[in-house]
Ligand binder design. Structure first.
Ligand code: GLA
Length: 731
């Protein structure tokens, strides 16, 4: 049993293999959060003791007890307007214009299996892998009801959360905020680790102490964004990869979001994660409900590595879906950096031929194959083949590529429309823009109103037409601008605040139809690289192009940040030419390869232009990836350095049985007279002996984890690290 309920004390314990989460309905029916951390087995309410804090109001029903305040108590789902001056999880405007909401406990249900959400991605599980607890709350003075849902996946140390708001009254209410997760931590000292960035430089890890007041991570761009990722980690100040406490949370959502961390006057922390209230309102008529997207959280008492392992497993096994979720992905070659818009069928075939000779499995034709699309100024929306570029059309090209023994994949940017397109000339009202106001352009393009079913139907029809016309087994689903000028011709004025969320629901509806109709097609997400790298997209696309920056040195940092939350198999990563197109940097081919192998591997260059020696190296890389790929994707991933601080990036993959350990990485900048660094490994069997491939040397697991292994000497910049260890025997 993952959930223990004490009916008498109205106490709930959510127990996973290694963690415990507690809350309780107190004597005033207020749902108080008590604990998230190690298994403790005791109600942690004994830790809650509050003085009469000045200017912290007291609820009426607390009578003369001035020590009981909603402003100081840890709350499971904090409300607005009733004397808790910290950030609220939920805000509504009642029909009379008032905004107070005082949710109190009314009951619960518990059942086997994991709840699902309507039209939204969420963790899924078999009946016997999860339990669902629903807690019912109701406002003291109105007919507003909230159900808090908890999905407990005990074997993964994961708890999922969402909230359902119901208008049980007769008049409409307006929802202005509805967090998916509210977590009050009345104990401990916490720092915050999050992942910020910009285009071509996503998910840079940044760790900071909390300041008194509010810190926010958010996106109002309509996508999860390059700038902030919808994930956060709260950790103890002493937390490292292998020790210390940390709570991680991510949002299973691909649109605007807000994560708010508040350190209050009593040094208590409140974490809120959910839809971004800055771009959200929702009208609930009588009897209507609103389901928030899902948040996923985990706790580790042994540092970040264990936390990441929980997240990697849950995302890989219970969020990603479809044929490719656990199997090897094709090694692909994408023509974007090889040709940009300048190609024809001969050029593509020539690239495919040299790729097939070296063992590449799939040719992906990127932007430029459709409509009038010779630059990024036109053509989006016109999803029919540009026969001037591709004579004979796609069927002929795909046939010839298949004849080389290769699969064929295709790029789409379905959510966009160019003003210079047939589609815009026919349906100007399908673009998101405000009547009477010049729209913002991003990369010269406008965004299609995906909240509209006619737009979804059009895209489904034209994309199906293309997919049915040829043997296409992969789609790269791109999205290359942020959304602005929010307005839909299909929504009434009072519902315009719903567009941002309705857009994402429309996107998910379209993706769902396509992944259901084409179960054998591998979908890869993309948004100018990793601008929509989130668990929502991973429900439809088991891999996402991690960044438009293919410079291996920069990629070590981008992929380092990404790895805290997302599994390696989700990371689209390619070897490209040098000097690199984004930075001008020159890195050795092997370093580019080991970095790209930390993901779903591929190439992004014309392999035919390489020297014979380089071609041999590429074919060896592909052979090698085919043999080590399963370990890379299925093994446990360890970050062995912090590339934002250390002069090297190293990481490893350890097989479940701890028999095989692969260490990859890159030494950054050489200096004269450098002492060789000792790299401490993680996750080995301390009591076993390991041999380093290519040598006779044997080391105990304990030696490799505590003392380490010497990294190769620095010679030149950005040289690769490749070491494989095998267990030889127990001690
Ligand atoms: C985005 C993607 C690139 C490429 C281009 C094509 O920037 O991230 O990989 O597909 O669009 O326009």
């Amino acid at each position: 049993m993952a959930v223990i309920i004490n009916e008498e004390n109205r106490m709930f314990q959510l127990i996973t293999d290694n963690t415990e989460y507690q809350f309780q309905a107190d004597e005033y029916d207020v749902l108080r959060h008590l604990w998230y951390g190690e298994k403790v087995g005791t109600p942690m309410s004994y830790l809650l003791s509050y003085p009469d804090v000045g200017f912290a109001g007291n609820p009426y029903d607390a009578g003369n007890d001035r020590t009981y305040s909603l402003h100081t108590q840890p709350l499971e789902y904090a409300c607005e307007g009733i004397g808790d001056y910290r950030s609220a999880a939920v805000s509504i405007t009642h029909a009379d214009g008032s905004t107070a909401l005082d949710l109190r406990y009314t009951g619960y249900t518990l059942h086997k299996g994991k709840y699902s959400l309507t039209g939204l991605p969420a963790v899924y599980a078999d009946e016997d892998e999860a339990e669902t607890l629903e807690i019912y709350l109701k406002d003291t003075a109105s007919e507003t009801e909230v159900t808090l849902r908890y999905g407990i996946l005990a074997g993964y140390d994961v708890i999922t959360r969402c909230a359902v708001i119901r208008n049980a009254g007769t008049e409409p209410i307006r929802l202005r905020k509805a967090a998916s997760l509210c977590l009050d931590l009345p104990y401990g000292s916490w720092e915050q680790l999050h992942f910020h960035g910009r285009h071509a430089m996503e998910r840079q890890a940044e760790r900071l102490p909390l300041l008194h007041g509010v810190q926010e991570i958010s996106s109002s761009r309509g996508t999860s964004s390059h700038q902030q990722n919808p994930s956060v980690i709260l950790c103890s100040p002493d937390c490292t990869e292998q020790s210390g406490r940390c709570i991680g949370a991510f949002f299973v959502y691909s649109g605007s979001f807000k994560i708010r961390t508040e350190l209050d006057e009593l040094n208590q922390v409140r974490l809120l994660l959910g839809l971004n209230p800055d771009t959200f309102t929702w009208t609930l008529n009588s009897s209507e409900i609103f389901e928030t997207p899902e948040a996923v959280m985990t706790y580790s008492g042994s540092g970040f590595a264990e936390m990441s392992h929980h997240f990697h497993s849950i995302i890989r096994r219970h969020i990603c879906r479809g044929k490719y979720k656990l199997i090897e992905r094709p090694v692909l070659l994408n023509n974007w950096e090889a040709t940009y818009f300048d190609f024809n069928e001969e050029k593509i075939l020539q690239i495919a031929e040299s790729a097939s000779e070296l063992g590449v499995d799939m040719l992906v034709l990127d932007d430029g194959w459709f409509g009038k699309r010779d630059s990024d100024t036109s053509g989006l929306g016109d999803w029919f083949v540009n026969e001037q570029k591709l004579k004979g059309g796609l069927p002929e090209l795909v046939k010839r590529i298949n004849a080389l023994g290769m699969q064929f994949g295709l790029w789409f940017e379905p959510e966009m429309i160019s003003e210079d397109s047939e589609l815009y000339r026919q349906h100007p009202d399908w673009a998101i823009r405000i009547p009477g106001r010049a729209p913002m352009r991003g990369r010269f393009q406008l965004v299609l109103d995906l909240s509209r079913t006619d737009v979804q139907d059009y895209l489904f029809r034209v994309m199906s037409g293309i997919l049915d016309s040829a043997n296409i087994t992969y789609i790269k689903w791109d999205m290359n601008r942020s959304i602005s000028d929010l307005y839909s011709h299909a929504l009434s004025p009072e519902r315009q605040g719903e567009l941002s969320h309705r857009y994402v629901l429309g996107l998910y509806a379209l993706l769902e139809r396509l992944v259901q109709k084409y179960p054998d097609v591998l979908f890869e997400g993309c948004s100018g690289g990793g601008g929509r790298f989130d668990a929502g997209m991973l429900y439809y696309c088991p891999q996402i192009w991690c960044s438009d920056d293919t410079d291996a040195y920069e990629r070590t940092k981008i992929q380092y940040g990404t790895s805290f939350i997302y599994p390696i198999s989700a990371v689209g990563s390619h070897v490209s030419v040098v000097p690199n197109h984004q930075t001008g940097r020159i890195t050795p081919l092997t370093s580019r390869a080991v970095t790209a192998m930390a993901g779903s591997f591929g190439y992004e260059l014309d392999l035919g232009l390489l020297s014979e020696e380089e071609k041999n190296a590429v074919s060896e890389q592909i052979r090698s990836f085919k043999s080590i790929g399963p370990l890379i994707h299925n093994g446990s991933y360890y970050r062995l350095s912090d590339p934002t601080k250390d002069n090297y990036a190293c990481w490893s993959y350890v097989s479940d049985d701890k028999e095989t350990v692969l260490v990859h990485g890159m030494l950054f900048h050489a200096q004269p007279n450098m002492k060789q660094a000792a790299l401490r490994l993680q996750g080995l069997d301390a009591q076993a002996c390991y041999t380093l491939s290519g040598t006779d040397a044997v080391y105990t697991g304990a030696a490799l984890m505590n003392g380490g292994i010497l990294l190769p000497p620095y010679w030149g910049d950005y040289s690769p690290v490749e070491m494989q260890f095998r267990k030889v025997h127990e001690i």
